[in-house]
Design a protein around this ligand. Structure first.
Ligand code: DGL
Length: 267
C-alpha cells in the first residue's frame, strides 16, 4: 500500500476537528481528508436508520478519495453505524472514537467506576458501556446524555455561567456514584475540559477521546506499516456539505489553528 495516501476522518459536522487537531499533533506527517456533514448536523438526536444511511454515503465518498485508513470521529456514528463503515471499507482499517475512549477509560480507571457523557443517541445505544464491559466485566459504567452541550460549545460558551450550571446539573447523578473517570463521549466536549474538570473535581480523571484516538491511530499505522515515510509538510483537505454562518470562527476554535480552504460538496 502507498503510505502517502491520506487518512479519512469524518464527523456529523465540525466537532470532529478536535480529533483532526489531536492527529495533527501526534502524526504531523500524515495527510488528512476531513469530511463534515454540516448540512445535516446534528446527528445526536436522529434515528439509527437515518444515521446509518448518512454514514454509508460519507464512507463511500471517502473511499473514493483513496484513503488508507478511516477514522469515525463522531461518537454518535461510532455508536450506531460503525458496522456500516467496516462492511464498506473492506481491507481499509477503520478506527473509531468509542473503541479508543473505552480502552483508555478501562485501562486507567483505578476503582473501575466510570461515567460516560454523550449525545442522547450515543447514550441510548449503550455502545460505550458494552465495549467497556467486554474489556473488563467488573467495571461499573454510569451514562448521562448532555444534549445542551453541543449548542453551548458551538455558541462559544466554553467558560460561561450557563454552561457551568448546565454541567453541574448533568453531572450530579454520575458524580453521586463516586466515579473516578469521566469519558467525554462527544466530539464537542474536549472544548469544555477546563470547565468539566472544575465541576467534576480533582479526583475525577477526564478521558478525551480525541487524544486517545490519535494514539490508537499512531499504533495502528505502525503495526500495519503504513505510516507515511515522507517528511514533507502534510496536506489537509476539509470537505463539508454546507458552509453555515460563523463556520470559519467555530471551525478554527475546534481545530486550534487556521482552517485554510474549505470545499463544499454537492452530493
Ligand atoms: N459529532 C457528534 C458526536 O460526537 C455531536 C454532534 C451531533 O449531534 O451531530 O456525538
Amino acid at each position: 500500500m502507498d503510505s502517502s495516501r491520506p487518512i479519512g476522518v469524518f464527523d456529523s459536522g465540525i466537532g470532529g476537528l478536535t480529533v483532526v487537531r489531536a492527529l495533527m499533533e501526534r502524526l504531523p506527517f500524515e495527510r488528512i481528508v476531513y469530511f463534515g456533514d454540516t448540512a445535516r448536523v446534528p446527528y445526536g438526536i436522529k434515528s439509527v436508520a437515518t444515521i446509518e444511511h448518512f454514514t454509508a454515503q460519507i464512507t463511500d465518498f471517502l473511499l473514493r478519495q483513496d484513503v488508507k485508513m478511516l477514522i469515525i470521529a463522531c461518537n454518535t456514528m461510532a455508536a450506531v453505524a460503525a458496522e456500516v463503515v467496516r462492511r464498506r471499507a473492506g481491507d481499509i482499517p477503520v478506527l473509531d472514537v468509542i473503541e479508543a475512549g473505552a480502552r483508555a477509560a478501562v485501562g486507567g480507571s483505578g476503582a473501575g467506576r466510570i461515567a460516560v457523557i454523550g449525545t442522547p443517541t450515543t447514550v441510548n445505544s449503550n455502545a460505550y458501556a458494552r465495549r467497556m464491559h467486554e474489556l473488563d466485566p467488573a467495571v461499573r459504567v454510569y451514562s448521562q446524555a448532555c444534549p445542551l452541550f453541543v449548542p453551548l460549545v458551538e455558541e462559544g460558551w466554553l467558560d460561561h455561567p450557563v454552561t457551568r450550571l448546565t454541567a453541574q446539573e448533568y453531572l450530579k447523578p454520575v458524580l453521586a456514584e463516586e466515579v473516578d473517570s469521566l469519558v467525554l463521549g462527544c466530539t464537542h466536549y474536549p472544548l469544555l475540559k477546563p470547565l468539566l474538570k472544575e465541576v467534576a473535581g480533582p479526583q475525577v480523571r477526564l478521558v478525551d477521546s480525541a487524544v486517545t484516538t490519535a494514539e490508537l491511530a499512531a499504533d495502528t499505522l505502525q503495526r500495519l506499516a503504513i505510516a507515511n515515510t515522507s517528511r514533507d509538510p502534510a496536506a489537509y483537505r476539509y470537505v463539508v456539505t454546507d458552509v453555515p454562518l460563523r463556520f470559519q470562527t467555530v471551525g478554527e476554535r475546534f481545530l486550534g489553528r487556521s482552517l485554510g480552504t474549505v470545499e463544499k460538496l454537492e452530493w
